[in-house]
Structures are given as structure tokens and as C-alpha cells.
Design a binder for this molecule. Structure first.
Ligand SMILES: *[C@@H]1O[C@H](CO)[C@@H](O)[C@H](O)[C@H]1NC(C)=O
Ligand SMILES: *[C@@H]1O[C@H](CO)[C@@H](O)[C@H](O)[C@H]1NC(C)=O
Ligand SMILES: *[C@@H]1O[C@H](CO)[C@@H](O)[C@H](O)[C@H]1NC(C)=O
Ligand SMILES: *[C@@H]1O[C@H](CO)[C@@H](O)[C@H](O)[C@H]1NC(C)=O
Ligand SMILES: *[C@@H]1O[C@H](CO)[C@@H](O)[C@H](O)[C@H]1NC(C)=O
Length: 383
């Protein structure tokens, strides 16, 4: 890949950081009433803790830099959506669906689950997970609770809930596991015998698109969809499938294919939804290369065979120098930089399309249609 050894964080990045820390974080007014998160371990903040699965990490050294210690986040500190929530002015992190007790669900919920994919069978070799369709079902339950709290349950038109949910931000980042925990494991999953990579990817994109349409039916109007990162460049991929320490081209091909098709699909959806704004984040963008981490390839903690950190082993000291925390998941430092470029991409080119999150949340959504006309029948599946 693409991330090669560089001396240190480049000066312009430090400036960007300083800038964002001033403007993006502290004491800001909340920019959207709520923030809902769908995805996998990159976004999970505890949903797998009580599931029977090997895909969980509520143990040391996970969370070594997190105020609450090991929380179920697959990194040493905050994950990307934690930073986005901060930039959006939320005082607290968005609670995991598995434990919303004591939280205000009107501010949003995080449904993401480690090892989960777009397909229900993905990742199940590791145990239970909450796949995308189930995450949407969970959102439906929250939607009904919100309707109840806003008092329009008796009328059953959910007008208030929809109007409220129109203003919120929705973030969807899922798909890697459908390759690394399904398609590229032919001994355990038949998908690569049933489908070519191309057809499999079409299947994923169509399912993902149906779920985005379902979100729209539940009122989502400001939606961020993140593409896949380079799954062939994780320490796990390189150590198990790479030759001479190089990234696994076959895996990265899947990332590019998925992202190209996702981008095209989102453009088609945008034409259909004149009342919405959807943005695409290109997580394979070359501009990520600008960051120049000192240790771009080795994991910071000591990973076991699974790629997750071995419990209670001491991690590296200089955690901000590492791209990777374990053999799959990025460090908090990387999450922060990635969150900044997602949120404010003015200084990095070709990363979020057609605008960054900062502009998305300020965008005036045309809501006349929704307010005067509750017909959602026009939202038929494309394709
Ligand atoms: C976004 O980046 C630009 C250029 O670096 C900077 O001027 C602006 O203040 C940033 N916005 C935020 C919210 O940090
Ligand atoms: C649920 O969250 C609350 C506060 O956010 C916390 O005090 C409690 O320990 C959590 N419960 C579980 C089972 O994680
Ligand atoms: C990756 O894709 C390129 C172009 O589509 C193709 O030429 C190459 O053979 C693929 N590599 C692997 C390992 O699949
Ligand atoms: C994402 O960025 C990469 C590298 O800059 C580029 O090759 C690719 O075409 C972009 N993908 C999409 C869907 O825009
Ligand atoms: C409601 O939507 C339908 C189909 O899009 C349209 O034909 C009709 O004129 C709309 N009604 C109102 C009151 O806007």
C-alpha cells in the first residue's frame, strides 16, 4: 500500500490537527439532534460484549488509553465514530444498542457489531454477531420508542418522529467482513464457489443499498456511507497471505471493486432521493498516505492467531506512532486523523464526495415532500 514509512507526522497535518482541536471539539453546540451508527468492529463500542463470540475485546490491553478502560471498542482509545460524535458537539459517546440504559436514545444509538457483515452468515464462524439487517431491525425498535417519547404513538403516523429523525446524522461502515470473514475463507464458506468476486460484490452492494433505503423510510436524510479500507494491507493479511511483506493484491482488488460499485450505487440513490444527501467516503483514497506514521505496518499490541490482542500482554509504548493497534484494527491516533478527514476534508483532496461531514450536517435538506406527503411507495429498490 500506500502507507510507507515516513519520518514523522507532516507539519501540515499537525496544523490540521491543531485547527480541528480548536474548532471541532470542546464546548460546541450540538450540530445534529442525534447520531446513529451501523457497522462492524471499526465502529462497535460494546455490542458484542455479552454475545457468545470470539469477536469481542472487552479485556486488557484494549482500552488502555480509554477513560473507561476496556469497553468493547476494538482499539486502544476512541474509535472513529467517538471522534465524530465529539466533532458534532455531543457531550457523551453514542451508547451501544446492547446497553442504552441510563442513556438518552433521542441522541442516537450505535448498532455496530464486531465480525458483522452485510450478509447474515458472515463472521458466524467466530460466534454470534449482529448483521446489518438485524441492526436495521434494532433501529426499528428504537424508532418506535422515539415515536412513543415524542408522543405521536397514538396517531400512528409518526410525523414527529420522522421530522425529528430527518435532522439526524446516519453513519454506515460495513463490508470488510463479507470478504475477510466469508468470501476469502473458502474452507469455511461456500460463497467463492457460488459467485465470482464481481457477482458477489454486486450482491453485497444491492443488499447494502436496500438497507440504506430502509433507513430512508425511517426518516434518514443525512447519510454517510464509508467505503472499505484496503483489507489486503492489514498486518493480519500481510502475515498470513502476503508475499515478501507486501499487501495482498487479491484482497485489495475487492476493496476497490466494492468501493467503485458502492460509489455508483450511491449516485443512483441520490438521483432518486431528491430530499436527501448521501455522502461517500473513499477509505482507499491516496490522501491517507499523507499522514506518514512512523510504524505503518506492525501492530502495537501482541496479536494472537485470531489477529486480536493476546489478553493482558503489554502493548507498545509509543501508540501514536502506529497505524495499527492489533492485526486488523487501527490505533486511536489513526482513528483521529481519519475522523478529521471525514469531518473536514478541505485540506485533503478527493476523500469525501460530494462534501465532508461538516458540510453535510449544515446542509438544508428539502423536506417539503416528507412533511406534506407520507407516501414512501416511490422508494422502490433500484435494480
Ligand atoms: C477545516 O479545515 C480548514 C483548513 O484547514 C480550517 O480553516 C477550518 O477551520 C477547519 N474546520 C474545522 C471545523 O476545524
Ligand atoms: C450500561 O451503561 C451504564 C451507563 O452508561 C453503565 O453504568 C452500566 O454499567 C452499563 N451496563 C452494562 C451491563 O454494561
Ligand atoms: C487485481 O485486479 C487487477 C485489475 O483488475 C488484475 O489485473 C489482477 O490480476 C488482480 N490481482 C489479483 C491478485 O487478483
Ligand atoms: C478512491 O481513491 C483511490 C485512490 O485515490 C482511487 O484510485 C479510486 O478510484 C477512488 N475510488 C472511488 C470510488 O472514487
Ligand atoms: C404525494 O406524492 C404523490 C406521488 O409522488 C404525488 O403524485 C402527489 O401529488 C403528492 N401529494 C401531495 C399532497 O404533495
Amino acid at each position: 500500500m500506500e502507507i510507507k514509512t515516513k519520518a514523522l507526522l507532516i507539519p501540515s497535518l499537525l496544523l490540521l490537527l491543531a485547527n480541528c482541536m480548536q474548532h471541532c471539539v470542546n464546548g460546541q453546540q450540538q450540530k445534529v439532534p442525534c447520531f446513529f451508527v451501523f457497522g462492524d468492529s471499526l465502529s462497535d463500542n460494546g455490542n458484542n460484549n455479552n454475545l457468545r463470540t470470539a469477536a469481542k475485546c472487552n479485556y486488557n490491553p484494549y482500552g488502555v488509553d480509554f477513560q473507561e478502560g476496556p469497553s468493547g471498542r476494538f482499539t486502544n482509545g476512541k474509535n472513529l465514530v467517538d471522534f465524530l460524535a465529539q466533532f458534532l458537539g455531543f457531550e457523551k459517546f453514542i451508547p451501544p444498542f446492547a446497553n442504552t440504559s441510563g442513556s438518552d436514545i433521542l441522541k442516537g444509538v450505535n448498532y455496530a457489531s464486531g465480525a458483522a457483515g452485510i450478509l447474515s452468515e458472515t463472521g458466524k464462524r467466530l460466534g454470534e454477531n449482529i448483521h446489518l439487517e438485524q441492526q436495521l431491525k434494532n433501529h426499528r425498535a428504537i424508532y418506535l420508542e422515539i415515536a412513543k417519547e415524542l408522543g405521536d404513538f397514538k396517531k400512528a403516523d409518526f410525523k414527529k418522529a420522522k421530522e425529528y429523525l430527518n435532522q439526524c446524522l446516519y453513519y454506515v461502515n460495513i463490508g470488510s467482513n463479507d470478504y475477510i470473514n466469508n468470501f476469502f475463507l473458502p474452507q469455511q464458506y461456500p460463497s467463492s464457489r457460488i459467485y465470482t468476486l464481481e457477482r458477489y460484490t454486486n450482491l453485497l452492494i444491492n443488499k447494502l443499498s436496500q438497507n440504506i433505503q430502509e433507513l430512508h423510510e425511517r426518516g434518514a436524510r443525512k447519510v454517510v456511507v464509508a467505503g472499505m479500507g484496503l483489507i489486503g494491507c492489514t498486518p493480519q493479511a500481510i502475515s498470513t497471505r502476503g508475499t515478501d511483506g507486501n499487501c495482498v493484491a487479491e484482497f485489495n482488488n475487492a476493496s476497490f471493486l466494492f468501493n467503485n460499485k458502492l460509489d455508483a450505487k450511491l449516485n443512483a440513490l441520490k438521483k432518486e432521493y431528491t430530499d436527501s444527501e448521501l455522502i461517500f467516503i473513499n477509505s482507499t483514497s491516496a490522501s491517507l498516505d499523507q499522514f506518514g506514521f512512523e510504524v505503518p505496518e506492525a501492530p502495537c499490541c501482541q496479536p494472537g492467531l485470531s489477529g486480536l490482542c493476546i489478553p493482558d500482554e503489554t502493548p507498545c509504548n509509543d501508540r501514536n506512532a502506529y497505524v495499527f493497534w492489533d492485526a486488523f484494527h487501527p490505533s486511536e491516533a489513526w482513528n483521529l486523523l481519519n475522523a478529521i478527514t471525514n469531518y473536514n476534508s478541505t485540506s485533503t483532496s478527493a476523500f469525501t464526495y460530494p462534501m465532508d461531514i461538516e458540510h453535510l450536517v449544515d446542509y438544508e435538506i428539502k423536506m417539503e415532500l416528507e412533511l406534506t406527503n407520507h407516501s414512501t411507495s416511490r422508494l422502490s429498490a433500484t435494480e
